[in-house]
Design a protein around this ligand. Structure first.
Ligand code: 0RA
Length: 644
């Protein structure tokens, strides 16, 4: 950052303003290109973008506190106590640094040399994009004794920066209201934001994030001195750890990058094994999540596999077996967090790290420190090796069973389950499978459906909780075997989405607590064992109506209380009946209200965040009653609204 003298205190409006307008136009024409999408995900990216700028200021050591508020008018305010965006005009420019940051698409890091910038992370596009997609935005900067303010509409300044007061404090406040014409929805989700801010606080022990939702009067503070170790404990809250404390691996290593320039990588890892079977390893670069992993994750995996094999061999814990990578990660919860200047990503979406120095640094640190830990903690080492050996044996047993045709006969049999009423269409993209709770609703659905493209599979009550069973045991259960054969893509590691028989899989259960539980069991099965179905957006929840409002010959179906009240008011003197279950509807009604593509409502299941989903499923399906009780109480009013 240059000295203050480099800034002139006047602003000139000229050809540069036209360039900025062109930039805004581009963003508003193709918002998806800048923020990924215009659905709820894209909407939340706006907030992340602004908060990440404040996080940068914390990582650079100039701020400690960030305050995020969802205001009651639906706007968002982000306040930090950093240096404040400079308000003077930089050398060679015609506008203030503040206005450039907020209107110039490429201003990005131009005025700030912070080595660990994260705002270059996922869709790191700069606040100017947020501004362009906002009905209005107000930036307030406390700096050099004054409070400066500039406001914008749809990304265009209302006027020059004004000085509105004096202060000895420093910091930046950005308040913005997303432009509703640009997004499918402009309603911010508390849980999504909470999850993001909590993660950031776990990864940055220096920061305190105050999060307030004025719409509902909720207020939370995130600050964790325990860092990644606290993060892992938090993730394992609903699981059963095999050793009391997470193993912490920290270190800094310098390697030359491909151009021969030395790059220092700071490695910060916590890991803890649980008695479960799934793997929950999440990676971050400069506190930004890398959902597709990359070099840092590869470095961790290779070092983990090698270190456990070496230790196991030296201490006679492995006999003559060789552990595979997946054996060393069964039941493992881990956070891999690294910091490095100028990380390189493999793809446009920046969700996968490509820097090779990260792989060298992480594998070296893990190999060194994990070996040391195992030697100093032989009883934990023994527990971990036993778990990995158990995974190896389970995998071997499953393979043998498979070879011995058990699976072959189960899954490769040409006959579809007897309970399935299949559709006549064979093109999977046109086919829908309704999984229906109960035989009687199943019967109505079979009669009411359009048999050309809708198939019905009734299921009997609760299905097996897959969170607590190994893949090789799942097919012993009738309901899961029927479902697996009907869907057609196999199960577990061998699931093959190109073989599935339906591109819409609709869970249809009663709108009560039992129905929600069955839906959750099915979602867990899909998420853990047929994950691509969820990732591709093929899984839906049917939304049967809750009420029928009728008077004489007219009748209307209401899907929530509000709608019911509205219809009652529109048809004074009307009667209302509440549907207690799908079974109360005749085939014709079930078709009209819940299955007819022209009239029905369905909820598409979206997994916005794998960490959140993993924890949600562990909470809902795990052994611990208390976290599940807490979750259900907190979310009781949205019990059918399980799209996370
Ligand atoms: C450019 C330069 C400097 C700070 C910032 C930008 C800055 C941006 C944001 C966005 C949100 N909070 C922020 N805080 C600071 C450095 C200025 C200096 O050297 O004093």
């Amino acid at each position: 950052m240059g000295s203050e003298e480099e800034y002139r205190k006047t602003e000139v409006y000229d050809a540069d303003s036209i360039k900025a307008l062109k930039g805004l136009e581009a963003v508003r024409k193709r918002p998806g290109m800048y923020i990924g999408s215009t659905d709820t995900r894209g909407l939340h990216h706006l907030v992340y973008e602004v908060v990440d700028n404040s996080i940068d200021e914390v990582m650079a050591g100039f701020a400690t506190r960030i305050n995020v508020t969802v205001n009651s008018d639906g706007s968002i305010s982000v306040v930090d106590d950093g240096r404040g965006i400079p308000t003077g005009v930089p050398k060679g420019e015609t506008k203030s640094a503040m206005e450039l940051c907020l209107t110039d698409l490429h201003a990005g890091g131009k005025f700030d040399q912070n080595a660990y910038k994260v705002s270059g992370g996922l869709h790191g596009v700069g606040v100017s994009v947020v501004n362009a997609l906002s009905e209005w935005l107000v930036a307030t900067v406390k700096r050099e004794g004054k409070i400066h303010r500039q406001s914008y509409k749809f990304g265009v300044p209302d006027g020059p920066i004004e000085v509105i007061g004096e202060t000895q404090e420093t910091g930046t406040t950005i308040t913005f209201l997303p432009d509703k014409t640009m997004f499918e929805t402009v309603v911010f989700d508390f849980d999504t934001l909470q999850n993001r801010f909590r993660n950031q606080a776990f990864l940055n022990t220096k920061v305190t994030i105050d999060f307030e939702d004025a719409r509902v009067g909720k207020k939370e503070v995130y600050h964790y001195d325990g860092g990644v170790s606290a993060f892992v404990k938090f993730l394992n809250k609903a699981k059963t750890p095999l050793h009391p404390e997470p193993i912490v691996i920290q270190g800094m290593k310098t390697f030359n990058d491909l151009k021969g320039k030395p790059v220092a990588v700071d490695v910060d890892i916590a890991m803890q094994y649980t008695d479960g079977y799934s793997e929950a390893v999440d990676s971050f670069v400069n506190t930004v999540s890398t959902p597709d992993g990359g070099t840092h994750l590869t470095g961790f995996r290779t070092a983990l596999t090698k270190t456990l094999n070496d230790y196991g061999k030296e201490n006679n814990l492995l006999k003559d077996i060789v552990l595979e990578g997946s054996d060393t990660r069964e039941g493992l919860t881990a956070i891999i967090s690294i910091r490095m200047p100028d990380p390189q990503f493999e793809s446009q979406t920046k969700e996968k790290l490509g820097s090779s120095v990260a792989q060298n640094a992480v594998s070296t640190v893990v190999a060194e420190k994990l070996k040391q830990y195992l030697e100093e903690n032989p009883s934990v080492a023994k527990t971990i090796l036993a778990k990995a050996v158990q995974s190896y044996q389970g995998r071997e047993a499953a393979r043998k069973a498979r070879d011995a045709t058990r699976r072959k006969s189960l899954l490769e049999s040409t006959s579809l389950p007897g309970k399935l009423a299949d559709c006549s269409e064979k093109d999977p993209t046109k086919c829908e499978l309704y999984i229906v709770e109960g035989e009687s609703a199943g019967g109505s659905a079979k009669m009411g459906r359009d048999r050309a493209f809708q198939a019905i599979l009734p299921i009997r009550g609760k299905i097996l909780n897959v969170e607590k069973a190994r893949t090789d045991k799942l097919l012993d259960h009738d309901e899961i075997r029927n479902l697996t054969i009907a869907i057609g893509g196999g199960i577990g590691k061998e699931f093959d989405i190109s073989k599935i028989r339906y591109h819409k899989i609709v869970i249809m259960t009663d709108a009560d607590v039992d129905g929600a539980h069955i839906a959750t069991l099915l979602l867990t099965l899909f998420y853990r064992q047929m994950r691509p179905l969820v990732d591709e957006g093929y899984v839906y929840l049917a939304m049967p109506p809750l009420y029928r409002v009728y008077k004489g010959k007219t009748q209307k179906y209401a899907y929530n209380d509000e709608e019911m009240q509205k219809y009652m008011a529109e048809m004074p003197g009307a009667n209302v009946s509440r549907y207690k279950g799908l079974g109360e509807m005749n085939p014709q009604q079930l078709w009209e209200t819940t299955m007819d593509p022209d009239q029905r409502m369905m909820k598409r299941i979206q997994i916005a965040d794998a960490i959140m989903a993993d924890q949600l499923f562990s909470t809902l399906m795990g052994d611990d009653v208390e976290p599940r009780r807490e979750f259900i109480i907190e979310h009781a009013n949205e019990v059918v609204n399980l799209d996370v």
